[in-house]
Design a protein around this ligand. Sequence first.
Ligand SMILES: Cc1cc2nc3c(=O)[nH]c(=O)nc-3n(C[C@H](O)[C@H](O)[C@H](O)COP(=O)(O)OP(=O)(O)OC[C@H]3O[C@@H](n4cnc5c(N)ncnc54)[C@H](O)[C@@H]3O)c2cc1C
Length: 390
Amino acid sequence: MSNFNIAIVGAGIGGLTAALGLSQKGFEVTIFEQAPELSEVGAGLTITPNATKGLRYLGIEEEVANIGMAHDLQGVRNYESGEIIVPLYRGKKMLEKYGAYQYQMHRADLHSLLADKLISINPESIHLNHECIDLSEGNDKVVLKFSNGKRFDFDFVIGADGNRSKIRNTILGDDDPQFSGYVAWRGLVPTSELSEGDFDECGSSAFIAPGRVFARYMVRNGDLYNYVAFLATDEWAEEGWSIRSEVGTLLETFADFNQQVKNIIRATPPDDCYKWGIFTREPAAKWSTSKVTLLGDAAHPTTPFMGQGAVMAIEDAVVLTRIIEQSNNPEEIIERYENARVERANFVMNHSRKAGERFTGNEPEKYSKEDHKNEEELGLFFYDPGTVEF
Ligand SMILES: Cc1cc2nc3c(=O)[nH]c(=O)nc-3n(C[C@H](O)[C@H](O)[C@H](O)COP(=O)(O)OP(=O)(O)OC[C@H]3O[C@@H](n4cnc5c(N)ncnc54)[C@H](O)[C@@H]3O)c2cc1C
């Protein structure tokens, strides 16, 4: 085992991916998570081929295939008629063109898979109930301080603590992220509660309307429909980021959508209806100091309209693992990592914002492939974090 001693703050998908990659390479990694138990939001996740290749690098592609669904057809559709405006061919086409499938899955399934793999290599690596509240950097070490009074020192620290990152706040000194102008409801609905008309040839669809999008796809072998419903709005007046909502409110907001959408919303378990304010930041040119860097949402919190947030976190984690494997000089690691990742992540942040504007524009019938490039047409899927040169 290498004696280069690394801490990761945050056991979300990004932090766990980095911890698994580095542990596989023989590094001593400690991952600190503020929550008392490992868990993920009850929602779906799209993993595009660029991230599937990252998970392949970790040797877990087969398990990912078992928890994911590779739908053949994804459609951008009219909200009233359900008519497909732009068909997006996925399934085997992704494998043929990009060398890996696109999968849609329950977020918790990927989160558990990463955690189980990590624990099987390094059973003591995850420290729960450890909320990092401060860090200080000396000549040799970085000291992390926790709200439970503990402190530890490390050679290198990775902040993977999400959108409201304490590590980012400490090293870059910037403010909290800003409301992006979108609210999202997320739901998981048992398909057994739905009737035949609620299913069609599109395993995955985004119904677009002025100011709103309803995206839905099946997960867990078709046992659940995952949906995310977006509303463009000026205000997020609520206290928290994620608050309980009412199925009735959601139904009202999407009352002019087609019957399939309304049936899916109606089948939401009443205790499971939550909404989120989507918060983001301006792209940053640097994510690091001399021995501390960031990955995932801590580095580049993006709007979710290209489904690339967790995907970028996986890419960051795999590239960072490969760089650390080649050098244990913190400054060299950071220079190579930022050179490899900042421009790409910022490109995704900028295009995700534009994608949101297009999806929620006033003339959904005019949405077309000619006017813009989506995440596939921008070439994002060709990237392989496991082999890319840096
Ligand atoms: C509606 C919606 C839909 C989305 N859909 C997709 C999609 O389909 N595909 C996709 O790729 N992305 C999607 N995303 C984006 C994706 O969810 C995020 O980009 C991704 O989860 C970021 O992972 P992360 O590990 O960087 O951060 P997080 O998942 O936020 O994990 C951060 C972890 O750090 C912990 N933490 C925070 N502060 C501290 C602290 N001080 N000390 C210790 N621990 C701490 C947290 O408890 C958490 O466990 C979506 C986002 C939204 C809002």
